[in-house]
Design a protein around this ligand. Structure first.
Ligand code: CMP
Length: 148
């Protein structure tokens, strides 16, 4: 079943344009169709709204500070089973652990710490839809659903 998922290339990665082009190539080599792509810069309010479910956790301030530290990329990716496929391509949250357990993943290759982990991927059909709406309010999700 073809799915859409929301991917972020976070500020640490986005700061390095050579890494960004390598990652975009890697995404296409893994047969994801890049349906939409924008580069943005968040205010503190934007970050706190998107990561609202993590409010109160010990890493919340650190996470919002990181995500407002520079521009980042948001992408809509399309592929059969895009949601689990993208999460398996990016690998575990914690890059040093990814380098041991999942060495070929993007977080293993590019991530730094559990906060500065370079990538995001939606974790379920419902969150993918919400996150795509958050970043791409102009994207016609219903039309895509009718076509697939
Ligand atoms: P992401 O998949 O974008 O969603 C939540 C983010 O919180 C996660 O990536 C990490 O950047 C961050 N995060 C999750 N767990 C931790 C943790 N234990 N310590 C610090 N940051 C974390």
């Amino acid at each position: 079943l073809t799915q859409l998922t929301l991917a972020l290339l976070k500020p640490d990665l986005t700061a390095n344009s050579l890494k960004v082009s390598k990652v975009l190539g890697h995404i296409q080599q893994n047969d994801f169709n890049i349906v939409a792509h924008k580069k943005l810069l968040w205010s503190k309010n934007d970050a706190e709204a998107f990561y609202g479910e993590h409010r109160g956790k010990f890493f919340f301030e650190r996470l919002c500070g990181y995500m407002t530290s520079g521009h980042f990329h948001a992408l809509i990716l399309e592929k059969p089973n895009a949601i689990p496929e993208w999460r398996s391509l990016i690998g575990p949250t914690h890059p040093p652990r990814a380098r041991i357990n999942a060495p070929d993943t993007l977080r293993s290759l590019y991530g730094m710490t559990d906060t500065r982990n370079s990538f995001h991927g939606s974790d379920a059909v419902s969150s993918a839809k919400e996150e795509i709406r958050f970043f791409f309010p102009e994207y016609d999700f219903e039309k895509w659903e009718q076509q697939t």
